[in-house]
Ligand binder design. Structure first.
Ligand SMILES: Nc1ncnc2c1ncn2[C@@H]1O[C@H](COP(=O)(O)OP(=O)(O)O)[C@@H](O)[C@H]1O
Ligand SMILES: [Mg+2]
Length: 239
């Protein structure tokens, strides 16, 4: 009798436990859906599609300016400070969060990026990660993606940041136009568990045309395409 009561009790506890887990997962999903909510912006735009177009147009012009004025070469390389400067340069005329560490938790697919509680600490550790060879640099890039320090625009700014490290340490950059969107996103999704796929994709796309304006412009277009922005080309915006 007592044994049965104990068993029943255990089963109930298990159910309670599962329920609590389910509820917290649900809360997490609702919370991270904020990632899909339209962002407050400085342009006063209230339509999501219009905002996406203007964001693309304005930040692509900024990306071109970053190259043409040589400002990109004044930023720190391989540090969060350097990444912050890139992010701020691209996004500050649109979003208040430009260059600022996010204050919400974020997830994509099944992956939860670093919880805000540990973010500062993670960023300090990433700054100290070595850049001695290609593999080191890719590991650092993956960790920065796991940190995902900004509310939005991590992908686009971190790819520029990665190129600056590769340029400084290896005299190479990635020719992003050689990397297919689906393959790239799958490899990034996989990267926190296994970095082989992204490592190979990026290695095969390296070029020594490190100061080539065309390579840079095509790279930005591709980087934006990965994130679903393809209304304007860098060429069209080059006046
Ligand atoms: N499931 C995932 N797991 C890990 N990283 C991911 C996943 N999905 C996307 N990413 C990475 O996140 C980037 C997009 O982050 P986001 O902040 O939205 O950048 P952007 O605003 O430039 O689009 C992608 O380019 C990719 O590198
Ligand atoms: Mg995005």
């Amino acid at each position: 009798m007592e044994v049965q009561a104990n068993l029943a009790n255990k089963k109930l506890k298990n159910k309670e436990h599962l329920l609590v887990e389910k509820i917290s997962a649900l809360w997490y999903n609702i919370y991270s859906l904020r990632g899909d909510v339209m962002l407050d912006n400085k342009l006063g735009i209230t339509n999501e599609i219009e905002l996406a177009k203007e964001e693309e147009r304005i930040t692509k012009i900024k990306a071109l300016e970053l190259f043409d004025t040589n400002k990109i070469n004044e930023f720190e390389v391989g540090t969060f400070k350097g990444l912050t400067d890139i992010h701020k340069y691209l996004f500050s005329s649109i979003y208040n969060f430009a260059g600022k560490v996010r204050d919400v938790n974020l997830a994509k697919g099944n992956f939860r990026f670093a919880p805000i509680m540990y973010l500062e600490e993670a960023l300090k550790k990433i700054d100290d990660m070595p850049e001695n060879n290609f593999d080191d640099i890719i590991k650092k890039y993956i960790e920065m993606n796991v940190a995902h320090p900004f509310r939005e625009g991590n992908g686009r700014s971190t790819r520029i940041w990665l190129d600056m490290i590769l340029k400084k340490e290896l005299g190479k950059v990635v020719d992003w136009s050689k990397i297919n969107k689906e393959e790239y996103l799958l490899a990034m999704e996989r990267s926190p568990i296994k970095d082989t796929e992204i490592n190979i994709l990026l290695k095969n796309a390296l070029t020594n045309k490190i100061n080539d304006r065309e390579v840079y412009m095509k790279g930005i277009d591709t980087s934006y395409k990965y994130e679903g922005y393809n209304t304007y080309t860098m060429n069209e915006l080059d006046k």
